[in-house]
Design a protein around this ligand. Structure first.
Ligand code: SF4
Length: 290
């Protein structure tokens, strides 16, 4: 297999400095909905100006460039060991070039590695073998402020009177949004997993965030449910950066998962307005980014 280190470096640069068009459009739509002269509109104007400047100057969209999380779908025969090594080299190089802030801190010693390389889970890399000839690499940069307000619920939840059904899911997701107010840099995007165990459920909630914002959920029932949750979250009035306003979340993306009969977890990964995710597809010598 070819050495893809430089291709991974470009993927990291794009993710950090150039917000994907669907996310930027969602921010523009949100700005246009807010009243002229309002704090909410000013906040979104500043965000959009920042997005343009970052793209023009190839500098990070936000100072916290987050945890790099890679989801890799690879054909039969690709070496995941080599791919991991190339990704780690690209991440270290991206840090040296200031596309990434050094973010990998040893939790025991408190020492920052300085190059974003930590243990096996930093950067996080998930591999899945797929049919076909394409290598598909999705990268998300998940900021710390929004990661801190992620939440997991075990239904039934007595405090919220939330049972083991979609109505219960609606209650806990709205609770997560309410608890996050003033933190996590709204307006954000809600990645939600329904089911799984505690670990796989959080994993699924991040995976849900890779769907483009203008793409409907393939399950029409979940698609309608996502719309409803987004509308109700936006009626909470928290608004951009917590200043009040019409947009608290830009969208909701839900993934259903299998679960044990005894468990019903709902995991919410809150992604801030700096929803940095990019895809790279490799077909032979052709490499495309989106
Ligand atoms: S939550 Fe997002 S926008 Fe806010 S500081 Fe962190 S990465 Fe930046």
């Amino acid at each position: 297999m070819d050495d893809l280190t430089n291709a991974f470096l470009e993927l990291v640069r794009l993710a950090s400095t150039d917000l994907a068009p669907d996310v930027e459009q969602a921010l523009i739509d949100a700005r246009d909905r807010e009243m002229a002269g309002s704090a909410a509109r000013s906040a979104l104007d500043a965000v959009l100006q920042n997005v343009s400047l970052a793209r023009e100057q190839s500098t990070p969209v936000c100072q916290d460039t987050g945890t790099p999380i890679f989801y890799i779908q690879h054909p039969l025969g690709w070496s995941t060991k080599q791919l991991r090594e190339q990704i780690r080299s690209a991440v270290a190089e991206a840090t040296a070039l200031s596309y990434l802030r050094p973010n990998a801190v040893d939790s025991i010693s408190g020492v920052n590695s300085g190059d974003n390389l930590g243990d096996e889970a930093f950067p996080t890399i998930h591999f899945t073998e797929i049919e076909g000839e394409e290598l598909i690499v999705d990268l998300m940069l998940k900021g710390g402020g929004c990661e801190n307000v992620g939440a997991q619920y075990s239904l039934p939840d007595r405090r919220l009177a939330a049972g083991r059904d979609l109505e219960g899911v609606r209650k806990v997701v709205l609770d997560a949004v309410w608890q996050a107010q003033g933190k996590g840099c709204a307006p954000g995007v809600l990645g939600v997993a329904i089911g799984g165990d505690r670990g796989s459920s959080y994993y699924g909630s991040k995976e849900a965030l890779f769907r483009k914002m203008d793409e409907p959920n393939p399950d029409p029932n979940l698609d309608a449910f996502e719309e409803r949750v987004t509308e109700e979250a936006n009626r909470l009035g928290i608004g951009p950066m917590g200043f009040g306003g019409k947009t608290t979340v830009l969208g909701t993306e839900i993934k259903g998962m299998h679960r044990l009969p005894a468990s019903f977890f709902v995991s919410v990964s809150y992604m801030c307005w700096a929803h940095r995710r990019r895809r790279m597809v490799v077909r032979g010598s052709d490499i495309q980014y989106s």
